[in-house]
Every structure is written in structure tokens, then in C-alpha cells.
Design a binder for this molecule. Structure first.
Ligand SMILES: Nc1nc2c(ncn2[C@@H]2O[C@H](COP(=O)(O)OP(=O)(O)OP(=O)(O)O)[C@@H](O)[C@H]2O)c(=O)[nH]1
Length: 565
């Protein structure tokens, strides 16, 4: 995203540069035209100052034309700068105004001289009028400099073109100044002064230098044949014919001062020889505008293409993110949730279907296998627990009656007994034995005996409370441990059970109905008892009950001489 942003930003900057550089080049062009007009105005000035008052009408008309052209170019430039409404132009507008003011003063000087008869126009005054015009161009040069910088700032690639256009304009001005060197001497028909000789040498030297720099700056433009032609024209018409003409004047100025030509003649011959210079300048500027426009257009296309590509790239990126979310992240999150659910033994969450045969699909298949294994494992664990429970129950239980066996009775009875002793509570033990059971076996078979034992166990179960422990103590012997009751209550329980067995009709498989009885020994907890001693006392009383004739309840202590049955 950042990369796309940077690329679009770069293209936008290039596009903006192009947009800014086109008006900047056009303003620069307007300023160059002003400079050309300012330089060109010196020609008609020189012609007029070389004319007699009587035949100067034509020269005046030409000067008025040149001045109008200068004024028009200045006003077009001012208008262009003002229309920008940009404070950056404020000093430039001020400079144009200063140029205009100076130009007015220079023109005033020319007009003053031109109003005098030719014989009264002294050479110094003519030189001053030429210098004032030259100074006007100098003043204006800062506007050209600023506008050229503006173009280069807008797009540094235009540096060489801008500089060569500026130098061409300067070359035109210098060439004009070389010609103007002869205005005063020609009008006065005198040889050149040492200052004029020096000025001529200096200015022609400058013109040579400027031209070689222009050629260098324009090397990247050589591929355009129009440039080659324009440069050749300058070399032929200006540096060839023009310089030859100047050298002829200079030779006359160094010797006789007899130039054989008026200043008007000189201007008429020399000015066309310079015209190839502004032609080159216009060509350069036109090329700059064309280049800026095509570059701007290209930048616009690039910008558009970059934005479109950026949108496509963002679209692809978003689609990829969504695809990754949908095909990778979402399944991984789902898988994580599934793992958490499985870890908490919640298996109801459905495993999502994955449409693709990829790594995520593999993972979901593995989760499905894991779920099946986990469910199997849990089922096996449950079965195992169930089995353990059943095994424990069977090891604690008498296989025939389902009551506690003797071992289990002691394990649980010790616990119960411990509580009774610790908290000094009450407890009763009833030991019961079926009377003459051997006879049942003997008469009806062992299976019938088993049946009787099961019925007796059921009757005991019926009588006991939840807290009571009931166990098969031996073959036909049953034991009841009754917490929280006293001896009297225990006797009542035993009696109730005795009566129930006595009243019960034992139905055998072969249809025989039996009546049997049982004898009971009852003992209650005493301070120095342990479980064995308590049971032993109940056993003694059972023995006593047997001896007393069976089907009896015999308590360990005398309870108001209570003997039951
Ligand atoms: N059917 C059956 N008989 C058993 C079982 N356990 C012990 N017996 C029998 O129970 C009988 C107990 O007989 P005895 O100890 O002589 O006592 P009794 O016949 O009940 O006589 P008294 O106790 O004196 O009234 C024996 O014949 C044992 O074989 C059993 O699980 N099933």
C-alpha cells in the first residue's frame, strides 16, 4: 500500500511539474520577447539620430512602430504576470515598472536629441542615449533571470534549453550593442574613440563566447534538424556576413572615420543579419513548450495508468487477504475452537467441511480423526469406570443375596463404629441365623436352600433403614448394624424381623411352600467395645436364643426381663 502510495505520489509530482512548467515557459517567452523588442528599439533610434530633421519622417514612423511593439510586449508580460495572482510575481512586476520608467527616460533623451538639427547632436549625447537604452535591457534582465529560474525549478530537465534561450536573447542584445557602438562616430563622421574601440572588442568577444556556450547547451537538441539549421544560419548570417560588415566599419573607425554609410544605412544592413539569433531563441522556446506539453501529457497517462494499476493491485491484495482469511485463517480459528471444545469434552461442535484438497483440508480431516478417537477414548473410559464399579461392587457383594459380604461389612462397619465411638452415640448389632437350615437343604435340595436364603435377605432388606448395614455374615447367618438406636429399639427391629420371617411363606420352585424361623442375638454399644467385641456379644446371645428353643430374640442385657417370642 505504502509503495503504491509512493509511486502515485511520484507520478503526481511529475504531472504537477509538467502543469507548472508550461505557464512558466510561456511567461519566460514573453519576457524574452520584451528583451528582443527593447534591443530592437535601438535600431530605429540610431537611424533617427543619423537623419536630418527635414527627412526624418520615415525614421520617426519606424521608431514609433518599434516603440509600440516594445510597449505591447511589456503590457502582455505584465498582464500575464498579474493574472497569476501570485505574490511571487510582485518584485518582477516592480522590475517591469522600473524598466518602463527607465525606457521612458531613454526615449526622452532620444527625442530631445532628435528634435535638434543633426549638426547640433553631439557625439557624447548620442552615446548617452544609446547607453540609456542598453541600461534599460540590463534592468529588465533580472525579470528574465527570475522567470528562467522558475522554469528550471518547475522542471530541472529544462535547464539547458532555458539557459540557451536566455543566452540567445543576450546574444541578440550584445550584437545590437556592437552595432550601436558605431552610432555616435557615424553620426559625427569621426574615428572611434579608445573607449569605443575597447567596447567593440569587448562586445564582439562576448558575442563569440555566448555563441560557443549556446552551442554547448544545445548539444542535446542536435537531433532536431531545425536546430542545426538555426545554428548554421547564425554562423553564416551573423558571425559570417554580420561580423565581416562590423569589421569593415571597425577598420574605417580605426583610421579615417569615413564610414561611407549613414547610421540608417548601417541599421538597414546590420539588423537583418542579426535576425537569425531571435529565430533560434524562438525555436528553443517553442521546443521547450512542446516538450513540456508532451511530458505533461505522458505524465498524465502515467499517472492514470499508475492509479489504475494501483487500484488493480489493491483489489488483488484485498482479494488475497479475503482468500487467506477464508481458506487459511478462518479454518485455523475454527480448528482452535474445536481443540478448545475437545479439551473440555464438548464434541457437539460440527467440524466444517473444507472444499479444497490442501493442507487446511488435511488438518480438518486430522481433526475429524482426532474427534473420533477422542469419542472412542471417552467411551472406553466410561466402560472401564463402569467395569471397575461393577467389579468393586461384586467384590463387596455376596454373590447369592446381593447383600454386603463379610469383608465389605467390616470395611464399612469399622467406619460407622468409629463415628459412634468418637461421638459417644448409640449402636445396635443384630446377628440372625436361620433355624434348622440344614434340614431345608437336606429335604428340598441346595437350590431350594439358596432360594430361602434370598427370601430371608429380601425380608431383612425390607426392614432395614438407609443408614443400616446389612450383610450376609456366614452360610445362613445375617448381620445388621443399626446406628443411632438403643438396645430397646434394636430388640424391636429384631422382633419385627423375626415375626416377618416366621409369618412368611417360602415358595419353592417345585410348588412346595415352607415355613421357617430364625433366631436373633442383639447387643448394643458399650464404652469399651470394639466392633468384634460388640458382634461377639450378639453372637453369644444368638447362641443363647438357639439354646432357648430358636425363633427368639435374645438381647445382650436384661431389659426388664425382656425375652421375645
Ligand atoms: N443352600 C445353601 N446351604 C448353605 C449355604 N451355606 C451354608 N449352607 C448350609 O447350611 C447348613 C447349616 O447347618 P447347621 O450349621 O448345622 O445349622 P442348622 O441346620 O441351621 O441348625 P441350627 O443353626 O442349629 O438351627 C449347612 O448344611 C450348610 O451346608 C448356602 O449358601 N446355600
Amino acid at each position: 500500500m505504502t509503495l503504491i502510495g509512493k509511486i502515485v505520489d511520484g507520478e503526481w509530482t511529475t504531472y504537477q511539474r509538467g502543469r507548472n512548467s508550461i505557464p512558466a515557459i510561456k511567461q519566460f517567452q514573453l519576457a524574452l520577447r520584451v528583451e528582443e523588442k527593447l534591443s530592437a528599439e535601438r535600431g530605429p533610434n540610431n537611424i533617427l539620430l543619423g537623419q536630418n530633421l527635414s527627412d526624418s519622417a520615415d525614421a520617426r514612423a519606424k521608431l514609433a512602430q518599434a516603440r509600440a511593439a516594445t510597449d505591447q510586449s511589456l503590457s502582455i508580460l505584465l498582464q500575464a504576470m498579474r493574472s497569476q495572482e501570485d505574490l511571487w510575481f510582485t518584485p518582477l512586476i516592480a522590475n517591469v515598472k522600473a524598466t518602463t520608467l527607465n525606457l521612458a527616460l531613454a526615449r526622452q533623451q532620444v527625442d530631445l536629441l532628435a528634435a535638434k538639427p543633426k549638426s547640433e547632436r553631439d557625439a557624447d549625447s548620442v552615446s548617452v542615449s544609446v547607453e540609456m537604452m542598453v541600461a534599460t535591457v540590463e534592468i529588465f534582465s533580472s525579470t528574465i533571470g527570475s522567470l528562467s529560474n522558475r522554469v528550471i525549478l518547475a522542471d530541472p530537465q529544462f535547464h539547458d534549453g532555458v539557459e540557451s534561450a536566455q543566452l540567445s536573447s543576450r546574444l541578440r542584445d550584445i550584437a545590437g550593442q556592437v552595432g550601436s557602438t558605431f552610432t555616435a562616430p557615424v553620426i559625427a563622421k569621426r574615428p572611434l574613440t579608445p573607449q569605443e574601440i575597447y567596447a567593440f572588442a569587448r562586445l564582439t568577444g562576448q558575442a563569440d563566447q555566448l555563441y560557443s556556450v549556446i552551442e554547448l547547451e544545445l548539444r542535446s537538441y542536435y537531433k532536431n534538424p531545425a536546430f542545426k539549421i538555426a545554428l548554421d544560419n547564425i554562423r553564416t548570417h551573423y558571425f559570417g556576413d554580420g561580423v565581416d560588415f562590423l569589421n569593415g566599419l571597425f577598420a574605417a573607425g580605426r583610421t579615417s572615420g569615413n564610414y561611407g554609410l549613414s547610421s540608417g544605412d548601417i541599421a538597414a544592413i546590420y539588423v537583418p543579419m542579426m535576425s537569425s539569433i531571435p529565430e533560434l531563441r524562438e525555436l528553443i522556446v517553442a521546443e521547450l513548450i512542446q516538450e513540456a506539453e508532451s511530458r505533461n501529457q505522458r505524465a498524465g497517462y502515467f499517472l492514470l495508468a499508475t492509479i489504475l494499476l494501483g487500484i488493480v493491485a489493491i483489489g488483488i491484495f484485498v482479494m488475497l487477504i479475503r482468500l487467506i482469511r477464508q481458506r487459511v485463517l478462518r479454518p485455523i480459528l475454527d480448528a482452535t475452537e474445536l481443540f478448545v471444545s475437545f479439551a473440555n469434552e464438548r464434541f457437539e461442535t460440527a467440524i466444517p467441511e473444507h472444499l479444497y484438497n490442501d493442507e487446511i483440508g488435511e488438518m480438518l480431516r486430522a481433526i475429524r480423526v482426532l474427534k473420533a478417537h477422542s469419542l472412542d477414548k471417552i467411551r472406553l473410559e466410561k466402560e472401564r469406570e463402569e467395569l471397575i464399579k461393577r467389579l468393586r461392587a461384586s467384590s463387596d457383594t455376596d454373590f447369592l443375596t446381593g447383600l454386603l459380604n463379610r469383608r465389605a461389612f467390616y470395611a464399612q462397619g469399622e467406619q460407622q463404629f468409629g463415628i459412634t465411638r468418637r461421638y459417644q452415640r448409640q449402636m445396635v448389632v443384630i446377628l440372625m441365623d436361620v433355624d434348622h437350615f440344614k434340614a431345608v437343604n437336606d429335604m428340598h435340595g441346595h437350590q431350594a436352600g439358596d432360594r430361602v436364603l434370598c427370601d430371608v435377605a429380601e425380608l431383612c432388606r425390607h426392614e432395614r433403614r438407609k443408614v443400616d448395614l446389612l450383610a450376609r455374615y456366614g452360610g445362613e447367618e445375617f448381620l445388621l448394624l443399626l446406628p443411632e438406636i438403643d438396645l430397646l429399639q434394636g430388640i424391636a427391629v429384631a422382633e419385627k424381623l423375626r415375626a416377618a420371617i416366621d409369618a412368611h411363606l417360602f415358595q419353592l420352585d417345585d410348588g412346595v411352600v415352607l415355613k421357617i424361623s430364625a433366631s436373633f442375638g442383639v447387643a448394643s454399644f458399650e464404652d469399651d467395645d470394639n466392633l468384634e467385641s460388640l458382634i461377639a456379644r450378639a453372637d453369644q446371645k444368638l447362641y443363647a436364643a438357639k439354646n432357648a428353643g430358636r425363633n427368639k430374640v435374645m438381647p445382650a442385657r436384661q431389659v426388664n426381663e425382656f425375652v421375645v417370642a
